[in-house]
Design a protein around this ligand. Structure first.
Ligand code: ADP
Ligand code: NI
Length: 210
């Protein structure tokens, strides 16, 4: 990707991110982009332009933050990439990545491209490990969710942030698409296990009277 296009894309994404919580800020996008490029370089798979744009745009129009009368995200992305002169097949893949990436997405993609698999791994890696822990509590705070609801570790609806670890975050290491992603995920998974072990130990240190 040319430096100019890269800068224009960064500016476009920053403009469209306002209103999200701090776990979905520009630094999340930058980490996902850099991790996706890293996986691409190690695995030697996928088209770098699609991966970079796909990572940069992956959280635009997130359904958790979307307002009803917001314009169609796919159209906004297409129009912008078209203005940069990007090939229409590449644009279509970037739009597909944006549409199907969320691990909470109800829609399932029919066929995963290499680019999709790489950006999805990068996004999932940012949800686990130390940064994943920080992001979970940032999101929980944003939603005003409790840290923990005793006896409701697996809440289904993730009403507590500790519940969210059991509902989703601890499952991600077994959902990685690439070998590179799997190796990094293993290490980050262990950090979350240690954190939870310590959390429960501190919680139970003195028997709470309720
Ligand atoms: P993405 O990075 O694709 O936007 P999500 O939107 O599903 O993924 O989640 C974004 C971040 O918010 C992740 O770090 C995730 O762990 C966190 N998160 C999502 N739902 C919850 C929840 N109910 N409680 C705590 N953290 C959450
Ligand atoms: Ni994301």
């Amino acid at each position: 990707m040319s430096t100019n296009n890269s800068e224009l894309a960064e500016r476009f994404v920053k403009e469209h991110l306002s209103g999200y919580d701090s776990g979905h800020d520009w630094w999340h996008i930058a980490r996902v982009r850099d991790m996706a490029v890293h996986i691409h370089e190690v695995e030697r798979k996928g088209n770098r332009t699609i991966i970079e744009f796909g990572a940069l745009m992956h959280d635009l129009g997130d359904s958790k933050f979307k307002k009803q009368d917001d314009p169609d995200t796919g159209e906004v992305i297409s129009e912008f990439l078209n203005s940069l002169g990007i090939d229409s097949l590449q644009i279509a893949e970037v739009v597909r990545i944006n549409r199907y990436i969320s691990f909470s997405s109800h829609e399932k993609i029919s066929k995963m491209s290499d680019e999709f698999m790489i950006v999805q791994d990068a996004d999932r890696l940012d949800a686990i490990g130390a940064i994943g822990i920080a992001r979970a509590f940032s999101y929980g705070g944003f939603r005003n969710n409790p840290i923990f609801i005793p006896d409701k570790i697996s809440s289904g609806a993730s009403r507590s942030t500790i519940g969210h670890f059991h509902d989703k975050l601890l499952k991600l290491k077994d959902m990685m698409n690439t070998q590179t992603g799997r190796v990094i995920a293993e290490g980050r998974h262990k950090i979350m296990e240690k954190f939870l072990e310590e959390f429960y130990e501190e919680w139970n240190y003195i028997q709470l009277k309720v």
